[in-house]
Design a protein around this ligand. Structure first.
Ligand SMILES: Cc1cc2nc3c(=O)[nH]c(=O)nc-3n(C[C@H](O)[C@H](O)[C@H](O)COP(=O)(O)OP(=O)(O)OC[C@H]3O[C@@H](n4cnc5c(N)ncnc54)[C@H](O)[C@@H]3O)c2cc1C
Length: 549
């Protein structure tokens, strides 16, 4: 006779696991944003992708990848230096999935030029779903796709690398890049004395036969098992960008000495190392002295991915909260029917509506930038604002979603605890919050005419939605003032919310755009979720759209 699982009680009133879901078809705001930004034709493939990534097995592998952290092996059994990182098979599983799907390269053509629209939107939709499942492996995937933008400064080098970069075969072997079926690329800028101010880099590069020899260090050096890295170092002509491979041209292991792996708050499946460069071989990318100009092409795209990824993290936190509330009964009523919980969930849902609309609209600008100067300016002006706002929003958002699950939200077997630890990093790396705001000021100062045109376009898109016109004039006024830097956060926040309202006006139902404008731009909301004045029918609309069954 089989015994019941518990002798003492029956387990009931627990929500079923949130797994085996279609991450695309259950997400109406994502479907709307994809359609509004030109990728409707990709919907069937996105639904396949959403089912694959929402499978219970994927969610389980994500847990394994994060609970079994990578390990540094500096020497082999005979004492030779190797400096390799050993990962759990689950990490390799995700790398193979994402690279197999082309997330590291699908926005480029074979020669490294941008792919035709809607490549950026289509990739971002996939990236957004991947971010809901496993974040650590996305670091090398992001850096690989973004590195191509910097490599365009060196066409001959790009031509050699592109066949390996664009391959959809994940090849984790520790071998020279030219012998491998596919490669990944990383990035090294941050040193001990400064990360935001990279001009303070002390790493030196001396011209040598075939290239340069680099000596120095990097204090944060993520995904060190990439096959090559774009690094900044001081050449005779000033700060310069280099490509530093793991193997020197003669096939010897190059002088990248991994010192240790960071012990991190989150992002645990990914290895982030400290590295010293001991006379390491490197090739110059772009002219000497133009290192920041060259690598910024890469950084712009990694910043975009930070925003898309934070939006994905928020989406998964919301989905978990709504799912739980629909199945949990408290005080004889489902949580999802309790009036105050409905307002909390709807206030969370409208935030995700806004961030997904915002990032997908930005991706459309990047899609069209090569052929439309207005979209190029929009991308330039808004990328730092979107990175700032979306990444900053994620940690507080995940915390509130976690509370919707009560105690179950706080334990490691569920997903919220990992999402909560993951959420802050996107705001820190690739330019912290203040640095993003300074970037917005710089971009608006440099491109004054396109900036005015952008504000006008945003207001036009918003129509007569509350708060839009006054937000735009407040931003324009503040930009010219002497204290603009001191007030930059307020200004950038308003800009991002104005852009989000405009994006919602283009992709979401009018009631959603109006409720967002009313509660965010017209500022009729308190400091916590659940304080937005949302009408009953808007609440019902938001909750239905958030998780379609
Ligand atoms: C997990 C992880 C992985 C990473 N991986 C990599 C990697 O692979 N490659 C790499 O190059 N870097 C990497 N980084 C480093 C990251 O990009 C830097 O930490 C970041 O750019 C900030 O630099 P910093 O730590 O030196 O801080 P600082 O530059 O000292 O900044 C500290 C604070 O000061 C603020 N600040 C700076 N300037 C101003 C100003 N003018 N006015 C007002 N405030 C200002 C910043 O916003 C920040 O809040 C990683 C970081 C983490 C956490």
């Amino acid at each position: 006779m089989s015994l019941p699982p518990h002798d003492t009680h029956e387990v009931f009133n627990q929500s079923p696991p949130y797994e085996d879901v279609d991450l695309f078809s259950s997400d109406r705001p994502l479907q709307d944003a994809v359609r509004a930004n030109g990728a409707a034709g990709d919907a069937a493939a996105l639904a396949d992708f959403g089912r694959r990534w929402g499978a219970a097995e994927m969610l389980w592998q994500a847990r394994l990848a994060n609970e079994n952290e990578p390990r540094l092996e500096r020497f082999d059994a005979k004492g030779f230096r190797r400096d390799v990182v050993v990962f759990h098979p689950a990490y390799h599983h995700f790398m193979a999935e994402s690279i197999g799907a082309g997330l590291h390269a699908m926005t480029w053509q074979a020669d490294g030029s941008p792919a035709a629209p809607p490549a950026e939107v289509a990739r971002a939709a996939r990236y957004y779903m991947v971010a809901q499942v496993e974040n650590g492996h996305m670091c090398p995937v992001t850096m690989t796709r973004a590195a191509v933008a910097a490599l365009s400064a060196e066409p001959a080098l790009m031509a050699r690398l592109m066949p390996k970069i664009s391959s959809r075969a994940y090849d984790p072997a520790f071998r020279p890049w030219w012998e491998k079926g596919g490669i990944t690329l990383g990035m090294g800028m941050t040193e001990k004395q400064g990360g935001s101010d990279v001009r303070a880099n002390t790493t030196r590069a001396e011209p040598a036969a075939e290239g340069y020899r680099v000596t120095g260090h990097k204090w944060f050096f993520s995904a060190p098992m990439c096959d090559a890295f774009l690094v900044l170092a001081q050449a005779p002509g000033g700060l310069t960008c280099f490509l530093m491979p793991r193997f020197a041209p003669d096939g010897a292991v190059n002088g990248l000495r991994l010192q240790r792996l960071k012990s991190k708050l989150g992002n645990r499946s990914n290895a982030s190392s400290e590295v010293e460069f001991a006379d390491a071989f490197a090739l110059r990318v772009g002219e000497e002295g133009r290192g920041v100009r060259t690598i910024i092409e890469m950084v712009t795209l990694t910043r975009l991915d930070c925003a898309v990824s934070s939006a994905g993290i928020m989406r998964m936190a919301l989905a978990q909260a709504v799912h739980h509330a629909r199945h949990r009964t408290v005080f004889q009523k489902r949580l999802a029917d309790q009036p105050m919980m409905r307002t909390v969930l709807a206030d969370l849902a409208i935030e995700v509506e806004a961030v997904v609309a915002l990032v997908m609209r930005l991706c459309r600008s990047i899609d069209f930038a090569p052929r439309d100067s207005g979209e190029a300016a929009r991308a330039r002006l808004l990328t730092p604002a979107v990175k700032y706002w979306v990444c900053k929003s994620a940690p507080g958002f995940v915390y509130e979603a976690m509370e919707c699950l009560g105690g179950n939200g706080y334990v490691e077997e569920g997903m919220l605890a990992r999402l909560y630890r993951e959420a802050p990093v996107n705001a820190i790396w690739e330019g912290c919050g203040n640095v993003m705001c300074l970037d917005v000021l710089r971009a608006f100062g440099r491109d004054a005419e396109p900036a005015r045109a952008l504000l006008d376009a945003l207001v036009r898109a918003c129509g007569d939605l509350p708060g839009a016109a006054s937000a735009a004039s407040a931003i324009a006024d503040a930009l010219g003032k002497a204290d603009a830097e001191a007030r930059a956060r307020a200004l950038v926040e308003q800009l991002a919310q104005l852009a989000a309202t405009a994006a919602l006006a283009e992709s979401a139902p009018p009631q959603v755009a109006a409720a967002y404008a009313q509660s965010r731009l017209a500022r009729s909301r308190g400091a916590t979720y659940g304080t937005a004045p949302l009408a009953g029918e808007v609440t019902a609309l938001l909750l239905g759209r958030a998780l379609e069954v």
